[in-house]
Ligand binder design. Structure first.
Ligand SMILES: NC(=O)c1ccc[n+]([C@@H]2O[C@H](COP(=O)([O-])OP(=O)(O)OC[C@H]3O[C@@H](n4cnc5c(N)ncnc54)[C@H](OP(=O)(O)O)[C@@H]3O)[C@@H](O)[C@H]2O)c1
Length: 271
């Protein structure tokens, strides 16, 4: 490793945005530690700058073991996440806790383990992959929404907490992206999705539309390019959108009253 080569640690790299980002940054000369529950899925890449690393974000010991194997970390990208699709009245304690354990506490554990290294180095960049659903609510996605609103809060607080140590913190709010998200990483509650659920008509009209929008969404390469831009431009804004849907809805959310925005979303999704 050359002394001036920057080292990146990224989570959730077996597919989608994480994998695209690992490849893009490695091709640009970064040393990439590619965190995953299934690091063997990265073995086919054959890029010499990528080091697959097993990380279970729900286990602090696993996170600390992984981080202790890396001498310096210049950039942390908290990307791993999944979506729980459930009404509030149907959710189980386990489903509810696990959504936050991965999407929120997982990020906290990664930051907790990596920040001391960045603080010693007196520099670092942390990029949290949130969602445009971190600013906009939708039915059946309350727990995913809450987790991503939390990611936005983590970003805001950490920006103050880490500023004096020269550690930048940013979030990216993607719209819909064609990754494995809808195919492998949407977890559905069985009661909500049963034919006898009082929410059956909402489920049958909304869920297929969301899945179609994700699968027909933007390319993960766009997020990878934006991540590189944020890393390389120290004046990058605190948060940025990525993809068509986020670029349409986030400015609309800022401009309209809550009620007018809600009316637009109702009309758009026929809610
Ligand atoms: N696709 C979209 O439309 C969209 C929109 C907005 C935001 N996002 C966010 O973007 C990030 C990347 O998602 P993606 O679209 O690239 O989807 P993806 O292809 O499904 O990748 C998500 C990765 O997160 C990790 N992950 C999933 N479930 C997990 C769990 N239970 N425990 C630990 N890790 C888990 C997995 O990595 P490993 O298997 O390697 O551990 C998986 O490869 C997520 O945080 C997602 O919420 C996605």
């Amino acid at each position: 490793m050359k002394n001036n080569q920057k080292v990146v640690l990224i989570t959730g790299t077996s597919s989608g945005m994480g994998r695209a980002t690992a490849i893009h940054l490695a091709k640009k000369g970064y040393i990439v530690y590619a965190g995953s529950r299934t690091p063997q899925k990265l073995f086919d890449l054959g890029l010499k700058n990528i080091y697959p690393l097993k990380i279970d974000m729900t286990d602090l010991q696993s996170v600390e073991n992984a981080v202790s194997q890396i001498d310096k970390i210049d950039i942390l990208i908290n990307n791993a996440g999944y979506g729980l699709v459930s009404t509030v009245e149907d959710v189980t304690e386990e489903e509810m806790f696990n959504q936050f354990n991965v999407n929120v506490f997982g990020i906290m554990r990664m930051c907790k383990a990596v920040i001391p290294k960045m603080r010693d180095q007196k520099n670092g960049v942390i990029i949290n992959i949130s969602s445009f659903l971190g600013k906009i609510g939708l039915p059946l996605l309350t727990f995913y929404n809450a987790s991503k609103y939390a990611v936005e809060g983590i970003t805001d607080s950490l920006r103050y907490e880490l500023r004096e140590f020269n550690i930048r913190v940013h979030s990216i709010m993607p719209g819909f992206f064609d990754t494995n998200f809808a195919r492998d990483n949407l977890v559905t509650n069985s009661k909500t999705f049963s034919d006898t659920s009082p929410y059956a008509s909402m489920v049958s009209s909304l869920a297929p539309v969301i899945v179609e929008q994700i699968n027909g969404g933007n390319s993960a390469k766009e997020v990878a390019a934006l991540i590189l831009q944020i890393i390389e431009d120290e004046y990058s804004p605190a948060r940025q959108t990525a993809g068509d849907k986020a670029k349409k809805f986030i400015p609309m959310k800022k401009e309209l009253s809550d009620e007018d925005f809600e009316r637009r979303v109702r009309a758009y999704y026929d809610l």
